[in-house]
Design a protein around this ligand. Structure first.
Ligand SMILES: [Ca+2]
Length: 503
C-alpha cells in the first residue's frame, strides 16, 4: 500500500499541467459569455459546507415532486433564498456518508475510494498531494486569487500546506463545541465573521477570492444559541422533525449563511460571485435519524440515500434562478467546476474524477457532466457495521453488503426510499453493475473490508465478478424471494449472533 501510495502521488504530480497565471477569458463555447463577470474581472467563489445536515433539513424542498423533501419544522430562510435565486440539484451527493472522506474528496476532486480515505481515521491515503489540492490548483489557474478556509477542517494535511492563504488551522469536531461561548455554541457566527472579514479585505484590495466556510453545525454535540432556541418554542413541531435544539442549531447555521449572502450584496459583488452550498453527509445517526431522513433510507454512516444524498445548491452568474436540476452531481465535481469558472483553459489533473458542472449550470440544469466514469462509487469498507459499497449509474443503484457478499439493486427514480430490491428481476443489470464495481475498486486500489467482517463469507475472493448475485430461478417470483427485502443491518446482526453462539 505504501509503495502504491508513493507511486500514485508521483504520478499525480506528473500529470499536473504546467499552466501558470493565465489571463482570465470568457467561457468557451457552447456556453454564453458572461458580460457581468468579464466586465469587472474574475469571479469570486464562496463554498459553504454544512456538517451532518440531512437532505430534507431545509424549509424549502430539495425536490418539489417529493413531499417530504423539506422539513416540517426546521426553518432555513437564507438557504431557501439561495435555492430560490440559484439552482438546486435534487440528486446532489456527498462523496461519502461520513465527514472526513467527503472533505478530502472535495479538496482533491477524487472519490474517497480512489483516495483511499474512506473513514474518519484512514491512514493509508493515496493521491492526497498538497500540490493538487483545490486552493493550490486555483493559484495555478490564476495567480491573482486569494484563498481561505474557515471552520471545520478534519483533513489529514493542514490547510496552509494545502495552499490556503488563511485558515483556522487543522480544526476538527472538538473545535466546534466551545464551552465558553454559550451565545454561539457551534461557532456559526464566529466562523462567519472571519469569512466576512476576509471577503471585505479582498474586495478592498480588488483581489478575486475563493473562500470555504465549513460549519460545525449540524454535527453533534447539538447546541444552539439561546435566542434561536427561544424562537422555536412558539413554532408547532412537525411529525417527522420535532427536535427544538437541533432546529435552532440548524437555523444558527442558516443565519451564518445569510450573513455571507448579505455581505456579497452589501459589497455589490453578488453578480460576480458563485455561491455553492452542500452538506458533507446526511443526518447523523441517533435521535430518530431514520424518521428524520424519510423518505430517504438510513442516515450518516450508510451508503443508502439517507447517508449520501444532501442539499446541493449553486447560485451565480449565468445560473437561472429557481431551477431544479435532475442531473446527478457529487462533491468531487466542485474542484473542476471552480477551476472552469476561474480559467476555462486550465487543464485539470488527470487524476481528478469529478467533472465541471459549469455547462449544466449555464444551461438551465440540463445536459450531462463530463467525467472519466459515468457512475459514482460510495465505498465505506471500514466504518459502521456492516461495511457496504454503493454504485450509482443513471437511475440504478447497487448496494453491496460485504459481510455476507450480497447486493441489492434499486431504481432511484421510482423508489427513492430503496425499498424494492430489483436484483433478481433485473439480473443482467445486477451482474453488470457488480462487475463494474469490482473493476473500479481494483483499478483504484481501494481498501477492502477487514477480514473480521468477512467472517461469514469464506467462499472466494473479495471482489470476484458478480459474486453478490444469486441465480434467479426462472419460476421464482422476485416478490416471494425469502430475503428480497431483508434489512442488511438485521441480517448481519442475526448472522453475527449465530456465529458467536456457535463458538
Ligand atoms: Ca459530517
Amino acid at each position: 500500500m505504501v509503495s502504491s501510495f508513493l507511486r500514485t502521488v508521483l504520478l499525480g504530480a506528473a500529470t499536473l499541467s504546467a499552466a501558470g497565471a493565465l489571463p482570465f477569458s470568457g467561457r468557451v463555447a457552447p456556453a454564453p459569455p458572461r458580460p457581468e463577470t468579464d466586465a469587472v474581472g474574475p469571479p469570486n467563489i464562496v463554498l459553504l459546507l454544512a456538517d451532518d445536515q440531512g437532505w430534507n433539513a431545509l424549509s424549502a424542498p430539495m425536490d418539489p415532486d417529493v413531499a417530504n423533501s423539506r422539513s416540517d419544522f426546521y426553518r432555513t430562510p437564507s438557504i431557501d433564498a439561495l435555492m430560490r435565486d440559484g439552482m438546486r440539484f435534487r440528486r446532489g451527493y456527498a462523496p461519502a456518508p461520513v465527514c472526513s472522506p467527503t472533505r478530502h474528496s472535495i479538496l482533491w476532486g477524487i472519490s474517497p475510494a480512489k483516495l483511499r480515505v474512506t473513514s474518519n481515521s484512514s491512514a493509508a491515503r493515496q493521491h492526497c498531494d498538497p500540490e493538487l489540492s483545490l486552493p493550490s490548483l486555483i493559484k495555478k489557474a490564476d495567480a491573482r486569487y486569494v484563498t481561505a478556509h474557515f471552520g471545520k477542517w478534519h483533513i489529514s494535511i493542514p490547510p496552509d500546506e494545502c495552499g490556503y492563504d488563511e485558515s483556522d488551522g487543522a480544526t476538527g469536531n472538538r473545535t466546534g463545541n466551545p464551552s465558553d461561548q454559550p451565545e454561539d455554541p457551534k461557532r456559526a457566527y464566529e466562523v462567519t465573521a472571519r469569512a466576512v472579514d476576509f471577503i471585505e479585505r479582498q474586495v478592498a484590495a480588488e483581489r478575486p477570492f475563493f473562500v470555504q466556510v465549513s460549519h460545525y453545525a449540524d454535527h453533534a454535540k447539538v447546541a444552539a444559541s439561546p435566542g434561536m432556541r427561544a424562537k422555536y418554542d412558539s413554532i408547532p413541531r412537525g411529525k417527522r422533525h420535532s427536535d427544538v435544539e437541533f432546529a435552532a442549531m440548524n437555523e444558527d447555521l442558516d443565519a451564518g449563511v445569510g450573513r455571507v449572502l448579505e455581505t456579497l450584496d452589501r459589497l455589490r459583488i453578488a453578480d460576480r460571485t458563485y455561491v455553492i452550498y452542500l452538506a458533507d453527509n446526511g443526518f447523523f445517526d441517533g435521535r430518530g435519524a431514520k424518521v428524520r431522513a424519510w423518505p430517504l433510507s438510513y442516515s450518516k454512516g450508510y451508503v443508502y440515500e439517507g447517508g449520501i444524498r444532501v442539499p446541493f445548491i449553486v447560485r451565480g452568474p449565468d445560473i437561472d434562478a429557481g431551477v431544479v436540476s435532475s442531473v446527478p452531481v457529487i462533491g468531487y465535481d466542485l474542484l473542476p467546476t471552480v477551476l472552469d469558472w476561474i480559467n476555462p483553459e486550465f487543464e485539470v489533473p488527470a487524476v481528478v474524477e469529478g467533472g465541471s458542472l459549469a455547462p449544466v449550470l449555464a444551461h438551465g440544469g440540463q445536459g450531462t457532466v463530463d467525467r472519466p466514469n459515468d457512475f459514482f462509487v460510495f465505498h465505506f469498507p471500514i466504518g459502521m457495521w456492516p461495511s457496504q459499497t454503493a454504485l450509482i449509474r443513471g437511475d440504478l443503484k447497487l448496494v453491496k453488503t460485504w459481510a455476507y457478499d450480497r447486493s441489492a439493486l434499486f431504481d432511484l427514480e421510482n423508489d427513492i426510499s430503496e425499498q424494492r430490491d430489483l436484483s433478481r428481476r433485473r439480473a443482467d443489470d445486477s451482474v453488470e453493475l457488480n462487475a463494474l464495481l469490482t473493476q473500479y475498486l481494483e483499478s483504484v486500489d481501494a481498501t477492502v473490508p477487514p477480514e473480521s467482517e468477512l467472517a461469514f463469507d469464506r467462499t472466494g475472493p473479495l471482489m470476484k465478478v458478480g459474486a453478490a448475485h444469486r441465480e434467479l430461478d426462472p419460476d421464482e417470483d422476485p416478490e416471494d424471494a425469502d430475503d428480497a427485502d431483508a434489512d442488511p443491518q438485521e441480517t448481519f446482526k442475526r448472522k453475527r449472533k449465530a456465529s458467536r453462539d456457535d463458538t
